[in-house]
Design a protein around this ligand. Structure first.
Ligand SMILES: [Zn+2]
Length: 91
């Protein structure tokens, strides 16, 4: 069940900026499956594309932490959606 719904990507980006500022490295998202919180900087360091941070668990890139969950997978357990697409929650 969704608890946060953003009608537009622009609204969602505005909320991210309000929380973390302009630098995507400082943004934080929580994996809905394992609960691990990861920053954009961690994703960048793992060689992931910037968009991975809100739809993939860090575990897909770093086996030491997290799991292999993806928001776009067969099962949808995300509580946030943006323009109808499931994404990980801000952390
Ligand atoms: Zn995970």
């Amino acid at each position: 069940m969704r608890t946060h719904t953003f009608a537009t990507r622009k609204e969602w980006m505005a909320e991210g900026k309000r929380r973390y500022g302009d630098a995507l490295e400082n943004w934080k998202f929580k994996c809905p499956q394992c609960g691990v919180v990861s920053t954009g900087a961690e994703f960048k360091a793992s060689g992931a594309v910037p968009d991975a941070m809100y739809c993939e668990c860090i575990g897909r890139y770093n086996k030491e932490k997290g799991c292999d969950w993806a928001a776009y997978g067969l099962f949808d357990i995300c509580t946030t959606e943006v323009e109808g697409m499931p994404v990980f929650d801000f952390a």
